[in-house]
Ligand binder design. Structure first.
Ligand code: CP
Length: 316
């Protein structure tokens, strides 16, 4: 693995999970691997978990971390080739990516979609431009279309909590007042397709994700039907993909409630966080004993540490 910007970059999921579990049991065992190495964490958008867990994972490996909020503190970047830079963009990505590569051994980037321009978002312009011009490995801290580090933490959590070889996992859309990206559900769907699970997606009609991603997965529009016998309920909002970036439903009958959880096989409740209480999920479910959202967030560190370990071992 050189770059890690998609679930597709995982070469052997079982090997990665074994490594993440080994790291979790002894997180400081490989302190010399990252000695004298630096990771640059570049944020175009806010973060709590991704920022802190990546810093922690890098520190556990002995790496130095540099964090920069590019939107507030950096020069406005130009991404177009051949642009006449007489506007408000002061620096071209060609120089920026090469310069950051002089200071960092790994570059990690968070860059959300516009949710107004589907073509531009699907090109993953920011992350792909860094991949093109940087001379060091690039990691996605959540791009326009994928959040692969989250998906590794998700499958690590499912593998720890499952009580049968092939659990039923349900990804359910739930209402939210803001237009949210598709990155988390896209990566989760890809990860479930790689895993030995009985996977079902449920969402209101019209809220289909990118069919090129979901085409191998079962979709049920009746949420209660989908919840039957589930072992894991993974709730997430996403904005409309066809009517790109729009909120076409805020139907609170899709909120995850205790009554709906009773239809399941005593399912664990998962969400990537941050979560809107009593919109996505009720307090009773989120605070209940089957909620594993904190375990899931904790696993962000070990998932990321496993990815950093593989990259450092390959490109150290
Ligand atoms: N789940 C997740 O990526 O959280 P942050 O946006 O806080 O990093």
């Amino acid at each position: 693995m050189k770059h890690f910007t998609s679930v597709n970059d995982i070469q052997d999921l079982n090997e990665l999970l074994l490594l993440a579990k080994q790291i979790k049991s002894a997180p400081y065992e490989n302190k010399t691997l990252g000695e004298n190495k630096t990771i640059g964490l570049l944020f175009f958008n806010p973060s709590l978990r991704t920022r802190l867990s990546t810093q922690k994972a890098a520190t556990n490996l002995g790496m130095n971390t540099i964090v920069m909020n590019l939107n507030n503190d950096g020069w406005n970047l130009e991404f177009e080739d051949g642009a006449i830079m007489n506007g408000n963009k002061a620096e071209h990505i060609k120089e920026a990516a090469q310069v950051v590569s002089q200071y960092c051994d790994i570059i990690a980037i968070r860059s959300f979609p516009t949710l107004t321009d589907k073509v531009q978002d699907e090109e993953e312009q920011v992350i792909n431009s860094f991949k093109k011009y940087a001379s060091v490995p690039v990691i996605s801290l959540e791009g326009a279309t994928e959040h692969p580090l989250q998906a590794v933490a998700d499958i690590l959590t499912i593998s720890e909590f499952k009580t049968k070889k092939r659990p039923k996992v349900v990804l359910t859309w739930a209402p939210h007042p803001k237009a949210l990206p598709h990155a988390v559900p896209n990566s989760f769907v890809k990860m479930m397709q790689l895993s030995d699970v009985d996977f079902v997606i449920t969402h209101p009609k019209g809220y289909e994700l990118n069919p090129e991603i979901t085409n191998k997965s079962k979709i049920i529009h009746d949420q209660e039907e989908a919840f039957k016998d589930a072992d894991f309920i993974y709730a997430k909002n996403w904005s409309n993909y066809n009517d790109y970036g729009q909120i076409t439903s805020q139907d609170t009958s899709w909120t995850v409630t205790s009554e709906k959880m009773q239809l399941t096989n005593n399912a664990k409740f998962m969400h990537c966080l941050p979560v809107r209480r009593n919109q996505i999920v009720t307090d009773a479910v989120l605070d209940g004993e089957n909620s594993i959202v904190i375990d899931q967030a904790n696993n962000r560190t070990f998932a990321t540490q496993a990815i950093l370990t593989q990259i450092l071992e390959n490109h150290g």
